[in-house]
Design a protein around this ligand. Sequence first.
Ligand code: AP5
Length: 189
Amino acid sequence: MLRRLLLLGAPGVGKGTQAVRLVSRLGVPQISTGDMLRAAVAAGTDVGREARGYMDRGELVPDAVVIAVAEARLRQPDAERGFILDGFPRTAEQARALDAILVKLGRALERCVVLSVDEQALVERLRKRAELEGRSDDNEAAIRTRMQVYRKQTEPLIDYYRGRGILVELDGVGSVDEVAARIEGALAA
Ligand code: AP5
């Protein structure tokens, strides 16, 4: 089974949920820039102080900050056997930076899995999570911004990875188990 993976898709599509499944299935770490940035905000680090406003508004944190966070994580020994990138890269500059990092580390990305769910259903998922968890960017204004940012800055990466011949596009609608089974099928190929 492939072990150097990128999960791509709009906010709420299930990247984090599926990444956690893959961690136990593949024995490689999830690398979520969103989780790492939220931890930095909670810990009050310099990175957290810089990132907080962008995150609360639903905007992207500046590339240089996120690239440094992702590179440091990819250099950890537990990522040598593989990794599940979740929410990074999100811009063309981040994608180019990831390429350069992986060349330095002598590893190549093996699959980019894109999950798709229609936007209205995504907004419903995030509204529901807002009631349960109260994440600071799961409010109406930030959700709208996150969707716009995804379409403008991140969606173009689909073509970037299609050009590499490593793209797999999957339906993200259905139960978590159903989506996980689709992903597993795509990684076995
Ligand atoms: P990040 O944490 O990456 O948030 P996101 O992309 O908005 O993604 P979410 O966590 O909301 O959704 P997800 O696709 O992981 O879905 P999940 O599994 O959670 O980023 C947050 C912020 O950090 C960004 O806005 C930005 O400011 C900053 N940031 C992070 N990375 C950055 C980068 N690279 N560059 C710049 N800035 C960056 O599921 C969502 C909900 O749906 C959950 O409640 C879940 O239980 C539910 N669900 C999951 N699967 C299903 C299913 N099959 N059916 C029904 N419900 C489901």
